[in-house]
Design a protein around this ligand. Structure first.
Ligand SMILES: [Mn+2]
Length: 285
């Protein structure tokens, strides 16, 4: 039995199937981990959802920012972005089933046997792994409870947010920040405080790339105080490309932009990496 982690798919089912052929995926025995962002931007989001849901317990999926965007659109009737880019979801024959499935996706998966965590964007440098696990579980409790979810969404509708993580936040603000950290973290301050995406726009270097040496900001994985043996697989940072470090494995190689789809073997301590080429379906924003 092998366990493969797969980078951000964004509807690229042709590339996923090619990658599974490349690793000789055993449909009876092997397992797949997905870093999230299965959908949007690319051509076959519904087919990817169908394939991954069909794998049942063979697949472990964490929620990406695009899955959360889909949840917001399906629950709240849809932003202009949702109407323009995600109407395929609202029109899907099993839209209610898809929404339930999306709401059930964890923000973080921790596998004690493999000693490895899976998250879409990253782990805050200020939270221990135990704390991350607890916070992710709290968020899932809110998202899967109808009343708590309505309250949570209502509280955070059309608000502006602080650009930096602060102490003593209102619980509903804190949950929103935690969800954003798990699904959108890239950069933080040198002290590891979360920097709201886009907050540093216009302050020098390109915020989509890993910070330059003279930037006041850092990539989250360069600041996190890693515990011995701690390992995290993540995606979300396509412009950084495949980024393998001793404790962190960034697998978003930008498939939908034509830079290939990546898989990494999780259960092999050497963590071999496999890649297939991809078509450029869209250009980066
Ligand atoms: Mn993402």
């Amino acid at each position: 039995m092998a366990v493969y982690a797969i980078g951000d798919l964004h509807g690229c089912i042709v590339e996923l199937e090619a990658l599974l052929r490349l690793v000789r995926f055993d449909w009876q025995r092997d397992r797949l981990w997905f870093v999230g962002d299965l959908i949007n931007r690319g051509p076959h989001s519904l087919e990817v959802i169908q394939l991954v849901r069909g794998l049942g317990r063979q697949a472990t999926v964490v929620m990406g920012n695009h899955e959360f965007r889909a949840i917001l659109g399906l629950c709240r009737g849809g932003s202009p972005y949702f109407r323009e880019h995600m109407s395929y979801l609202a029109k899907a024959p099993d839209a209610d089933g898809i929404l339930d499935w999306l709401l059930g996706l964890p923000l973080l998966h921790w596998d004690p046997e493999l000693g490895c965590a899976l998250v879409h964007a990253g782990l805050s440098p200020r939270w221990s792994l135990d704390s991350c696990v607890r916070r992710a579980e709290e968020l899932s409790t809110i998202l899967t409870d109808t009343l708590a979810r309505v309250d949570f969404f209502h509280h955070n509708e059309d608000r502006s947010f602080p650009t930096l993580e602060t102490d003593g936040m209102h619980p509903l603000d804190r949950y929103w920040l935690e969800l954003t950290v798990f699904t959108r973290l890239r950069r933080c301050t040198a002290e590891g405080r979360f920097l709201w995406p886009g907050a540093e726009l216009g302050r020098g270097d390109n915020p989509f790339l890993p910070p330059s040496n003279d930037s006041p900001f850092r990539a989250w994985y360069d600041v996190r105080p890693w515990a011995a043996g701690e390992k995290v697989i993540y995606g979300h940072w396509a412009s950084a490309g495949l980024t393998i470090r001793p404790h962190s494995f960034g697998l978003d190689s930008g498939c939908v932009y034509g830079h290939g789809l990546t898989a990494m073997r999780v259960d092999d301590p050497k963590h071999p990496v496999f890649q297939v080429s991809s078509r450029a379906y869209v250009t980066p924003d």
